[in-house]
Write a protein that binds this ligand. Sequence first.
Ligand code: FO1
Length: 305
Amino acid sequence: MITALAGGVGAARFLTGLVRVVDPKSLSVIVNTGDDMELYGLHISPDLDIVAYTLAGIVDEGKGWGFKGDTFQFLESLRKFGCETWFNLGDRDLATHVYRTMRLKQGLTLSEVTVEICGALGLETTILPMTNDKFETHIVTNEGMMHFEEYMVKRGAKDVVLGVEFLGAATAQPADGVLNAIENAELVVVCPSNPVVSIGTILSVKGIRDALKRSNARKVAISPIIAGAPVKGPADKLLRGLGVEVSALGVAKLYADFLDTFIIDSVDIAEKARIEQLGIDVEVTNILMRSLEDKIRLAECIVER
Ligand code: FO1
């Protein structure tokens, strides 16, 4: 059994390679829910949907989120009522949010609804929300504190990051199956996701970091930083805001207490020795995923060790 820790787009792209190398049924993916928010009365789970749509082959591959070929007429109509429409919910995507909200209101947990959504999409892989409890990532900026999606999508990650707050982390419990998936895995893969607001959130849920330390699984992470910059998204701004060096080494330090192997890009070979001094094995290869072949090669490099 293989378990992956995942955020949104970067993780989902890697996982499309992984499910071609291993049996999709043997894979469980623990997904960040810190980006979840309520919009127009709907429960939106951006990262759960990105991972599910990508594995189902229906994601808009250019953007990495939403449905391929979706339209936005619902939002256009909503705009006429004077509503803010900065978060682009497509018409087909909307059905997922309506269904999720309806089932949550009927008393199901987020895990239970996720099973239903994955079933409807024909997925064989198990997708687990990190928690079923309310948990929201807020960014403390020079313009005040705001939800992560407001910081990133509405304001274009332009504000100066002063800190990050995980609202709900003090009481959030791991969702059903999360600790088991870590404890019973042979291999745990930390996807190349944002180490602060995607993996950091998962690690902040009570018991998850301890389960990783306890687990006999081989624990491997792929660096989300190449040559001092993230492949996508605002990881550099968030790391800097928390006083963490924007480098593979900086990220390795965040995972050092549970990680066995860190995979870094060939351009970062100079950091290898310093990461090894943290007690972590280092593999150096090309980790930039441009094509499906790149994703498969990276997945093979992890699985076939
Ligand atoms: N990202 C954007 O940059 N702009 C959007 O308007 C947007 C809408 C959106 C709708 C549904 C969904 O599941 C994801 C969406 N994303 C959008 C992606 C999302 O903001 C982030 O990439 C993740 O939350 C970070 O992993």
